[in-house]
Ligand binder design. Structure first.
Ligand code: PLP
Length: 385
């Protein structure tokens, strides 16, 4: 009898695992083979080859990822940006138009603003908080609406339910970058999204040792995106597949800890006299706290804050802390800290940063899985004098 289960924790361990186990191996072996023996495939896309994303390591991950978000299908890619670019280039071509939330991950913002116009694809930014304003921006060539579960680095939460409904009402595709929430905290297909994108580099792998991406959603769309990716070449190497497969198994225990620890740290920071503002959707002071509570099972490990004393105070603080590593990226087991204007948002113009409300003194924290008390003690000593 095949295994029966419904819970995410069990899916992380058992979904997509080969049955029977390959040679009895409890852990999925790495198939480090670029090509595989011909078995009569009638289409090029059915030949087994690493670039075609269909080796046993890919297939197991695809099934696991689809199961996690209760979706039909999934695809792993060479990076989060490979997932994003392949998806957009599948759905839109010259003459088409995209609606995108205005505060986007830096790489996505760059891809939309710098590359899409050269391909004849136009876009309009929309205010995620104001669904009434979206309709006025839709055009005959509009093909998709693109949002993020939580924005980086301000942790804003848009009207996500309305975004999926808006897409359905207008016959366009809804796409969400779910990297910050992960399937543990939010499962976009359950809210009507057609496609959910991930940088698996972050929480899904969780150990800051690979880059990888994923697209999860409706079979018919995923199949089109696989074809496009086969041409663009952004496939995930089997060894990176193996590491992602290993990392993802502990996602539920890690996320629950990230959720708890980040909330405690956000509450600690909010009570600190040296801190003027904390952005974390789990705080009651967050403008979309009620919405976040309705949508999410947890608020993730990302937060940002501002100190009295601006950039100098921020720099001083970042020099004095001892546990968090000053580095871009996020979602690993170790706590990382950064000033987004110097890293993830360095390519965005000062005017655009101002419009987005991202100040140069803003500090972003990716709370790892160290003891919360150790992190708080470290912050306390850094705030002294
Ligand atoms: C990191 C990140 C990406 C890009 O992912 P890579 O794996 O670095 O290509 C996209 N979206 C979000 C929200 C991210 O944090």
């Amino acid at each position: 009898m095949s295994r029966q289960y419904n819970h995410l924790e069990t899916k992380l361990i058992h979904a997509g695992e080969p049955e029977p186990l390959i040679g009895g191996a409890v852990s999925m072996p790495v198939f480090q083979s670029s090509t595989f023996e011909y078995t009569g495939a009638s289409s090029y896309n059915d030949l087994k080859y690493i670039r075609l994303n269909n080796t046993p390591n890919h297939v197991a991950l695809h099934q696991k990822l689809a199961a996690l978000e209760n979706a039909d299908a999934a695809l792993v890619t060479a990076s989060g940006m490979a997932a994003i670019s392949a998806t957009i280039l599948t759905l839109l071509s010259s003459g088409d138009h995209l609606l995108a939330q205005e505060c986007l991950y830096g790489g996505t913002h760059d891809f939309f603003t710098k590359d899409l116009p050269k391909l004849g694809i136009s876009f309009d930014f929309i205010n995620g908080d104001d669904p009434d304003s979206w309709k006025g921006k839709i055009r005959p060539g509009t093909k998709a609406i693109y949002v993020e579960t939580m924005t980086n680095p301000l942790l804003q939460v848009a009207n996500l339910k309305e975004a999926a409904e808006f897409a359905k009402a207008h016959g366009i595709v809804s796409i969400i970058d779910n990297t910050f929430s992960t399937p543990i905290n939010f499962r976009p297909p359950e809210w009507g999204f057609d496609l959910s994108l991930h940088s698996c580099t972050k929480y899904l792998n969780g150990h800051s040792d690979i880059v990888a991406g994923a697209v999860i959603g409706r079979t018919e769309l995923i199949e089109q995106i696989i074809r496009k990716l086969n041409h663009l070449g952004g496939s995930l190497d089997p060894h990176a597949c193996f590491l992602l497969h290993r990392g993802i198994k502990t996602l539920a225990v890690r996320m629950k800890y990230h959720n708890e620890s980040a909330l405690k740290i956000a509450q600690f920071l909010e009570a600190c006299p040296a801190v003027t503002k904390v952005n974390y959707p789990g705080l009651e002071s967050h403008p979309a706290h009620q919405r976040a509570k309705e949508l999410f099972d947890g608020f993730s490990g990302m937060l940002s804050f501002e100190l009295k004393g601006g950039v100098d105070a921020a720099e001083h603080f970042m020099q004095k802390i001892t546990l968090p590593i000053v580095a871009p990226s996020l979602g690993g087991v170790e706590t990382l800290i950064t000033r987004p204007v110097t890293t993830s948002h360095a390519s965005i113009s000062p005017e655009d940063l101002k419009k987005l409300g991202i100040s140069d003194s803003l500090i972003r924290l990716s709370v790892g899985i160290e003891a919360t008390e150790d992190l708080i003690e470290d912050f306390e000593q850094a705030f002294k004098e």
